[in-house]
Design a protein around this ligand. Structure first.
Ligand code: FDA
Length: 393
């Protein structure tokens, strides 16, 4: 080995959510661990997450809340480290938290408490080394040798925890994929997820509604969610659109149900109850005025309900229940909260996260082809995969 090379039991690349959790577990088992982080401080994405309060888990997190080429892969790690386990950790560190909505747990105070907690969980045998930009990794026999910012590190185990390329202005890159490919591991084509969608063509008229938000049901592919949609000057956003964006593929449609709490007969029923009312007025009872007016204009029914045939009202109800948008694309990695795709789960053991064909090489967190819904699910995967790996290094 080269002179000046520092030796460890394991080297973890990336001091993000998964890397820090993995380091803490491995360190607690007595391993000497180096965590190499390119940024000047650890956990940068944790610090900005959840609007600065970190939506650190979701009470309902289970395998069904994740997308992957192999939907079974995440089961083992998620079952062995659950939201209750992370809550226990947070409480042990006296971090106050609350449920915001839909099982989403946030810190009462700053997300920094989560980073501080993860660092505090690392015993003295763990060194978190910042400003260490990993440039090269080679495997020499059973040893991985890593070059980072002029220093050299060696260990028999190497963990890829460098995340995905979402939010490149924070320094995020596809480094994990390049490294995986270097060792012959397959990578599922990465694409932006939890990302706003752009509108063009006829849909472009909806961009006039920029700033308007309403609770809707949205569907794309196998994904269906009930949450708020937000019209933007580029197209569609808001939690429900971010959720379905993970299921949307270029060229396909997004179906939106306006007024999801009503059934297909609701306009006919309203005609019976209030024949003098208009479609516009009916919509205004459920939706912001600007959105109600835009939908009423497009439906083109201006008469009082009493003067509209039932069939036309049923047709309008059906259109409102299945309003089809054809997004032109997404706002890309620049705006994506996470990356879908990544290091193929087919290459990894679901128990240990070790590469089946490269002993000693592991991958965890967002770098792997496991992507959670919006709402704390992605951190839960980072914690669970980090623990699974940290316990088996
Ligand atoms: P993460 O990206 O956290 O860490 C990777 C680390 O590796 C980084 O510190 C990076 O600097 C380092 N690195 C990269 N290349 C390197 C190299 N070559 N050498 C050395 N180091 C390198 N999820 C959730 O569940 N709840 C939430 O509230 C939010 N909120 C949120 C907001 C925003 C704006 C974004 C962009 C994302 C979220 N997320 C989220 C998603 C969540 O942040 C994400 O899933 C996890 O941070 C993934 O954890 P990882 O440890 O895998 O990667």
């Amino acid at each position: 080995m080269a002179p000046g090379m520092k030796h460890y039991d394991a080297i973890i690349l990336g001091a993000g959510a998964a890397g820090l959790m993995c380091a803490a577990r491995a360190g607690q088992r007595g391993l000497r661990v180096a965590v190499l982080e390119r940024a000047a401080k650890p956990g940068k994405k944790i610090l900005i997450s959840g609007g600065g309060r970190c939506n650190f888990t979701n009470l309902h997190a289970g395998p069904g809340n994740y997308l992957s080429a192999n939907p079974h892969f995440a089961k083992s790690a998620l079952a062995r480290y659950t939201p209750a386990d992370f809550i226990e950790l947070v409480e042990r560190h006296a971090i106050a938290w609350h449920e915001k909505t839909l099982g989403q747990l946030f810190c009462d105070g700053s997300a920094k408490a989560i980073v501080d907690m993860l660092i505090a969980e690392c015993p003295d045998s763990v060194e978190v080394i910042c400003d260490a930009d990993v440039s090269a990794v080679v495997k020499d026999g059973e040893t991985f040798a890593v070059s980072a910012s002029g220093e050299s590190y060696a260990a028999p185990a190497l963990v890829i925890a460098t995340g995905g390329p979402s939010i490149p202005r924070m320094g995020a890159t596809g480094f994990a994929y390049d490294l995986a490919r270097q060792f012959g591991l397959k990578v599922v084509e990465p694409r932006p997820a939890l990302v706003p969608l752009t509108l063009g063509g006829e849909d472009v008229l909806f961009r006039e509604l920029s700033g308007v938000s309403a609770p809707v049901r949205a569907r794309a592919g196998a994904g269906s969610f009930d949450e708020a949609a937000l019209f933007t000057h580029n197209g569609l956003s808001g939690p429900v659109i971010l959720q379905v964006s993970s299921y949307w593929t270029p060229g396909s449609e997004v179906a939106v149900t306006f007024v999801p709490q009503e059934d297909a007969e609701w306009l006919v029923q309203m005609k019976r109850d209030r024949p003098r009312a208009s479609v516009r007025a009916a919509l205004r009872e459920h939706l912001p005025d600007r959105l109600a007016d835009a939908l009423a204009d497009r439906l083109g029914i201006e008469r009082e309900l009493g003067n509209v045939p039932d069939a036309a009202l049923r047709e309008a109800g059906a259109r409102l229940a299945e309003w089809r948008f054809s997004p032109t694309g997404t706002e890309g990695f620049a705006k994506a909260e996470v990356t879908i795709g990544g290091i193929s789960t087919g290459e990894l053991s679901s128990r240990t996260m070790e590469a089946k064909r490269v002993p000693g090489l592991y991958a965890i967190g967002e770098a792997v082809d496991v992507t959670g819904w919006l709402g704390g699910y992605n951190f839960q995967w980072a914690w669970a995969s980090g623990v699974a790996c940290g316990e088996s290094l």
